[in-house]
Design a protein around this ligand. Structure first.
Ligand code: HEM
Length: 172
């Protein structure tokens, strides 16, 4: 995904698998656009309907629309999933550290996880709301415990993922 184009074109097995999967994904998203155009939006007020209303139906805009939708899918899933995974990891180690009384007021301002300026993350509020809801749903029913200690490593994919993270859920 992040290889320079010249390297990505070398027909290695991994590159060919990636190209095939990318083509499948683009077709699936393209079909979704066709269905939305012929049948209308599934729920109304959704992102695809809003993008379609603002885009002319030309081949160039179709390519751009597919790019935009795939960007939203990628930017909006791995980032939040990784955030939730790291948070569960932290909660499994020391839940008390995260209680409101133990928070330092400067901590919030020391972090800029969504970047800044004109290219700031377009989904920041959505991501925070989604993460809080997911974590509240999980933590209200279960506590999390580490299965194996000290196996978690940073793995640099699209986001920095916790590789080797194993957690056990215990009903409250
Ligand atoms: C915890 C979750 C997330 C984190 C940490 C995060 C972080 C970021 C960062 C650092 C950037 C680049 C900002 C820059 O270049 O200065 C970005 C861009 C972007 N993010 Fe997120 N993001 C998250 C969730 C989401 C979600 C849920 C969506 C969509 C539903 C989303 C959509 C986007 C888009 C479209 C951009 C590109 C904005 C542009 O270039 O105009 N992100 N994000």
């Amino acid at each position: 995904m992040f290889l320079p184009p010249a390297l990505a074109r070398i027909p290695l097995p991994a590159n060919r698998r990636y190209a095939a999967v990318r083509t499948r994904l683009r077709h699936a998203v393209s079909d979704m656009i066709d269905r939305n155009r012929t049948e209308g939006g599934a729920i109304g007020g959704d992102l695809l309907t809003a993008l379609l209303e603002s885009a002319p139906a030309t081949p160039d805009s179709r390519t751009e629309l597919v790019d935009e939708l795939i960007l939203m899918l990628m930017a909006g899933t791995e980032s939040t999933a990784t955030t939730v995974a790291w948070t569960l990891h932290e909660l499994s180690r020391d839940p008390d550290r995260w209680l409101a009384d133990n928070q330092h007021p400067a901590v919030r301002k020391a972090l800029i996880p969504f970047g800044g300026g004109t290219r700031k993350c377009a989904g920041d509020t959505f991501a925070l709301t989604e993460s809080a809801l997911v974590l509240a749903s999980i933590m209200s029913r279960w506590t999390v415990e580490p299965v194996r200690r000290n196996t978690v490593r940073l793995a640099a994919y699209g986001a920095l993922q916790p590789q080797g993270l194993y957690l056990r859920t215990v009903a409250r």
